[in-house]
Write a protein that binds this ligand. Structure first.
Ligand code: NAP
Length: 178
């Protein structure tokens, strides 16, 4: 049984993530999608809760008839050397790890896992940071996510949430846009 693990913060889940996961779902029996920094929410960098991100991902995949996935929230721990054991204690067993994050890659490789860097798709626009910026400045963020993600964000009043949080953060309406 081939199970692949992919971990991301998915703040929010976007079309770049979807493309990679669609591809992995075809090539493995199951994909385990770890929702990283699960304890974080209500900040500009991490506006959405683990449960909200779960809905965004599950609804997007199910509506594309992708059902061979498990979603696992993974909280951060402040001990990198123990993090892989922490992930192993929460997730179903996996044979291979996909990650674009050099720290994640290093930590899993040191524990003997095969780690593959996925090819990132249209990184210039399919980026969580760019989507969050567009949300704050009333630009077109919708074109970068699925319609299921738009629906979840509408349902939780996500745009007002991130705009209000941004008033206390590095973002301010006085600042230039980028
Ligand atoms: P991240 O910091 O969310 O992402 C790193 C970069 O890679 C981001 O620019 C991200 O873009 C991009 N990326 C990741 N997956 C992508 C994909 N499928 N398609 C396109 N771009 C992608 O880190 P991460 O690698 O996604 O997630 C790692 C998680 O593990 C984090 O939550 C981190 O806190 C956690 N972690 C914890 C520990 C510990 O607790 N000690 C140690 C290591 C890692 P987007 O923003 O567009 O996704």
């Amino acid at each position: 049984m081939m199970r692949a693990l992919i971990i991301g913060r998915f703040q929010p889940f976007h079309l770049g993530h979807l493309k990679i996961i669609e591809d992995l779902a075809k090539r493995h029996d199951y994909i385990i999608i770890g929702i990283g920094s699960a304890q974080e929410s209500h900040t500009v960098e991490n506006p959405f809760t683990a449960g909200e991100r779960h809905l965004m991902i599950a609804n997007s995949l199910e509506s594309r008839n992708i059902n061979n996935f498990y979603l696992v929230p993974i909280e951060d721990i402040y001990r990198n050397a123990l993090w892989v054991a922490h992930v192993e204690s929460i997730a179903p067993p996996f044979n291979v790890v996909y990650s674009a994050n050099p720290l994640v890659k290093r930590l899993f490789m040191e524990k003997g896992y095969k780690v593959i860097m996925p090819e990132l798709y249209r990184r210039d626009i399919y980026s969580g940071k760019e989507i969050r910026r567009r949300m704050i400045y009333d630009e077109n963020w919708q074109e970068l996510v699925t319609k299921e993600v738009i629906k979840v964000i509408d349902e939780i009043d996500g745009i007002n949430r991130i705009k209000e949080i941004a008033k206390n953060d590095e973002y301010s309406t006085d600042q230039p846009k980028k």
